[in-house]
Write a protein that binds this ligand. Structure first.
Ligand code: FE2
Length: 139
């Protein structure tokens, strides 16, 4: 059986490798997102969507294993402060998108898409506000 020190070393090595893999997955996600814009073909789009949803799931799993190794102090936990920051970000996005929609008002379709994203952001704000209440209640 491994000594305690060997166990710790293994865990540390595992953590570092997972972090590298985590960053690699995030990088892949960014790349797939950026190529999505230029893809017209439906099959290719659907493949890229699969790569994106799988990648997102992988990032989630890996982050969870990392948080377990880090222990309760892991940075992946929802905090009221973190949620408050996300709410601010979502509000900023909503406002910027509304401004963009206004600037694009001559192009009705573009303006409509931008407005619909801003409505989604509004919904994200509501979800985050509810999450914040849940975090508060679970204390
Ligand atoms: Fe959002």
């Amino acid at each position: 059986m491994d000594s305690r020190i060997q166990q710790l070393e293994r865990k540390q090595k595992l953590y570092l490798m997972l972090r590298e893999q985590h960053d690699a997955e995030v990088k892949e996600l960014m790349h797939y997102m950026s190529v999505l814009t230029n893809v017209e073909n439906n099959l290719v789009r659907s493949y890229i969507h699969t790569l994106l949803t799988d990648g997102l799931r992988h990032v989630e799993y890996i982050a969870r294993i990392m948080a377990d190794i880090e222990g309760a102090t892991g940075s992946y936990h929802f905090t009221k402060k973190g949620i408050a920051e996300s709410i601010e970000d979502e509000k900023n996005s909503r406002d910027i998108l509304l401004k963009c929609a206004e600037l694009a008002s001559e192009d009705i379709e573009t303006a409509a898409i931008l407005k619909s994203i801003s409505v989604d952001e509004e919904h994200h704000i509501k979800i985050l506000e509810h999450l914040s209440e849940l975090v508060e209640a679970s204390k």
